[in-house]
Design a protein around this ligand. Structure first.
Ligand SMILES: C[S@@+](CC[C@H](N)C(=O)[O-])C[C@H]1O[C@@H](n2cnc3c(N)ncnc32)[C@H](O)[C@@H]1O
Length: 331
């Protein structure tokens, strides 16, 4: 299957590096040794970044639906395990990993959400670190008429719905309903609830300078805000998928939760293309049994470890220069 991916942009390169640095910081805070990484192969950018950070290439697995991309990356990085196939399907055959970056070249779709769930299923140890890159702003869902949850008996669905109704979670309530996923609706709800969440979480408030880091004084969302809205939807969808299975299935990792750990937004504009807005969100993924421990670490280190940064279109083509400048100031 041929990919529509047109190649790396400076914004993507810098964001990918920031995101892996963030993963390393969080894993260190949890004293969790790095076991391995799963990435989408593309042109091998994630592998190059990880190698640049000193990761043994033998601990990296890369997967691509596009056989040409996979074969190119296999040639470029022969020590890594490179697979042709769908990342979710292949994940269980990969060498052990407890970090993953799924750098999709499209937005939130049911297929991408199912892939994320399967990649989480095959994490080898917890807490694990998952980052997801998606396009933001083109989620009309016109071609995506699938429901999120697989068909199941009315009785099971009613039970799932009751669980979510009790939690008063409007996004999850829609996600577990039988019709096709209405992405515009859930994004709207997530947007309505975003400011409330940002105000609730004391440590997010610290990130605000004038107004908020998620919304402008006009009330419109900032680029990071639109990223946080999407992160919330993905997170709720994964929780819904995990929950539905937990109720009538017993495969492993049925009890995992996602806690947002970083948010980067960027524009893929380069000297050669007009580009599109993207976001890369990172989560710490952990089993509910570790909830107390994870919350303790989050409360203690959130202000230092949670990073959020936007690379707007105006600076995207020069992102590498900006990154070097940030680094020389210790940022
Ligand atoms: C944006 S590129 C990845 C870039 C890569 N991170 C890099 O560093 O060069 C996305 C790639 O993932 C592939 N892809 C998208 N969805 C996939 C899936 N579910 N399973 C496997 N490959 C997928 C596409 O064919 C494309 O080559």
């Amino acid at each position: 299957m041929a990919s529509s991916y047109v190649g790396d942009s400076p914004g993507k390169k810098v964001t990918r590096l920031r995101s892996w640095l963030s993963a390393a910081r969080w894993m260190k805070a949890f004293r969790q040794p790095f076991n391995g990484a799963l990435v989408l192969a593309g042109e091998g950018g994630d592998i190059s970044t990880l190698r640049g950070l000193g990761v043994d290439p033998a601990r990296i697995s890369a997967v691509d639906l596009d056989s040409e991309n996979a074969m190119f990356v296999r040639e470029l990085h022969p020590e890594s395990s490179v697979f042709i196939g769908e990342a979710g399907e292949v994940s269980s055959k990969c060498p052990p990993y407890n970090t993953a970056h799924l750098d999709f070249n499209n937005g939130i779709t049911v297929d991408n959400l199912l892939t994320i769930r399967k990649v989480i299923d095959s994490f080898d140890t917890f807490p694990a670190y998952l980052s997801v890159t998606m396009m933001k702003g083109r989620e009309t869902g016109k071609d995506d008429k699938q429901p999120l949850l697989p068909t199941c008996s009315r009785q099971k669905r009613k039970f799932i719905k009751r669980v979510f109704n009790e939690s008063n979670n409007r996004i999850a309530q829609h996600l577990v309903s039988p019709g096709p996923l209405d992405i515009e609706y859930v994004l709207k709800v997530a947007e309505e609830e975003l400011d409330f969440e940002a105000t609730e979480r004391k440590n997010l408030r610290l990130k605000r300078d004038s107004g908020t880091w998620v919304s402008k004084t006009t009330g419109k969302l900032t680029s990071l805000g639109t990223g946080m809205v999407r992160a919330r939807v993905i997170q709720e969808a994964i929780h819904a998928l995990v929950w539905q299975r937990k109720i009538y299935d017993t495969t492993k990792n049925n009890n995992v939760y996602l806690q947002p750990a970083s948010m980067y937004t960027y524009h893929s504009r380069s000297k050669h293309t007009g580009g599109t807005p993207f976001m890369t969100v990172g989560w710490v993924v952990y089993p509910i049994t570790s909830h107390q421990y994870i919350e303790t670490i989050f409360d203690r280190y959130y202000d230092v470890l949670f990073s959020a940064q936007d690379l707007p279109a105006s600076v995207a083509p020069h992102a590498l220069k900006h990154f070097a400048l940030d680094m020389s100031h210790g940022g």
